[in-house]
Ligand binder design. Structure first.
Ligand code: GLY
Length: 444
């Protein structure tokens, strides 16, 4: 089968790696940047902006693609899945109307309200900054301010982290509305949920859901969750599928919410096929929804896809044939720790163009996996781009051991002006998370 993966980041490298493990697959890629990992796995690739729909559709048609997978959100919003489908290519990703669950945060909140889906947060949308003051004051400025559309995970500002008090909140509200951040002259204001965040990804065929292990991402740039928000600096998952602060019951609450969202989408005639992603927060009042994404997470895809034992093409086929309930999908019960290597200044002003020396064999021998992201390759030299460069994932039974493997593997990546959040997956940070939840639950 000819499989096309759209996207050139580390998440897409992980998707390509899962596909390449299938004996049935011949891999093709459409990517904006030449990802050296994908280049090695694919028989052919198209270097193209991932929202250039016509070019990607004509490439897919020429290459007789049987199934296409779309990694990033921008092509989903641009209607790539719809265009491929119109050209008789099966797509394991939601059409534009279903992808609104990610691309239109107001629509997502309205869907939750309409179908009385648990986990909703107190929220309102505004087009006039002056009208927001009362709502902000009602919530004592303990709010999250969100652009309605896509911002690459960097547009959300949260009280205490990015601003303090009503005046500073209103100043960002004005900025979002006046500059149409996220594509619309509108802002979503939500109550600030306090707790620990977790990601739950799942496969769905539009009715049945196969949940994957819970993952915790680290959005802030600097150790101890300081600094600006990023696309995600790294993530971890545990062999039992839960997280050190997350019970099975709470995990199941997240699964039930995702299941209800998929059913609601079906009732809205927005049938959803492909991976779905719930960003949840565990609060003193239970599991709440931060956002829903219409794709795998980045970095979270790298925590789950390497564990997939069932042939990924069979999983995709079961999603497309709507036979997921009949499929026994198996994953290795292992812990994972993923850490991104980014250029110094990432999230502020990246020092791009620096050479990175990577010893791929040593990384593999250490028991880790390497996924390339935003790098450039010239004359066999890898250099940093302005975004995240590459990710290393340690995989083994125990979380502490997976963290050590990841750190060992990171020593085989050398270069000036690189930055890594070394605290991800460490005992100290995990204990802090557990303690935080104990305080919130009132058990300590
Ligand atoms: N890890 C955040 C995201 O994929 O949106």
């Amino acid at each position: 089968m000819n499989i096309l993966v759209v996207g050139g980041g580390a998440r897409e490298h992980a998707i390509c790696d899962a596909i390449a493990r299938s004996k049935q697959a011949t891999l093709f890629s459409a990517m904006n940047n030449l990802n050296p990992g994908i280049e090695k796995l694919a028989v052919d690739y198209l270097l193209e902006k991932e929202t250039q729909i016509n070019h990607i559709v004509s490439y897919a048609t020429r290459k007789n693609i049987d199934i296409a997978l779309i990694g990033p959100e921008a092509p989903l919003e641009a209607g790539l899945a719809d265009a491929l489908t119109k050209n008789s290519i099966n797509v394991c990703a939601p059409l534009k109307n279903a992808a609104r669950i990610e691309t239109d945060k107001e629509w997502m909140r309205n869907l939750l309200t309409k179908y009385r889906i648990p986990g909703q947060l107190n929220h309102r949308t505004f087009t006039n900054p002056k009208e927001t003051k009362e709502f902000i004051e009602d919530l004592n400025a303990q709010i999250a301010i969100k652009p309605i559309g896509l911002t690459g995970g960097k547009g959300v500002h949260v009280a205490g982290d990015h601003f303090n008090g009503t005046d500073e909140a209103m100043s960002y509200v004005k900025e979002v509305i006046q500059n149409k951040i996220g594509g619309a002259a509108k802002v979503l204001i939500e109550e600030k949920a306090v707790g620990e965040e977790f990601t739950l990804q799942a496969f769905t065929d539009g009715s049945h859901l196969v949940p994957l292990p819970a993952v915790q991402d680290h959005k802030r740039l600097l150790p101890n969750d300081r600094g600006p928000n990023t696309g995600g600096m790294g993530s971890y998952s545990c062999a039992n599928g839960l997280l050190p602060f997350l019970t099975k019951h709470e995990y199941d609450e997240g699964v039930a919410i995702l299941q209800k969202i998929v059913s609601a989408l079906g009732k809205e005639r927005c049938c959803y096929i492909g991976p779905i992603y719930g960003q949840f927060i565990l609060t003193k009042n239970g599991v709440k929804i931060i956002e829903i994404n219409a794709r795998f997470g980045d970095p979270e895809a790298m925590n789950v896809l390497p564990l997939l034992q069932t042939d990924f093409i069979e999983v995709c086929s079961a999603m497309l044939d709507k036979t997921l309930s009949k499929k026994d999908i198996k994953l290795e019960k292992k812990s994972t720790v993923c850490k991104y290597v980014v250029p110094e200044g990432y999230g502020i002003k990246s020092m791009a163009g620096e050479t990175i020396n990577i010893n791929e064999d040593a990384i593999q021998n250490a028991g880790a996996m390497l996924f390339y992201a935003s790098v450039n390759k010239k004359n066999n030299h890898i250099t940093t781009g302005s975004s995240r460069s590459l990710a290393v994932v340690g995989i083994t039974d125990e979380l502490a051991e997976a963290e050590k493997i990841c750190e060992q593997a990171l020593t085989y990546i050398k270069g000036d002006h690189l930055f890594i959040r070394h605290d991800i997956g460490t005992k100290k940070l995990l204990e802090k998370r557990v303690h935080h939840m104990e305080l919130i639950r009132g058990t300590k």
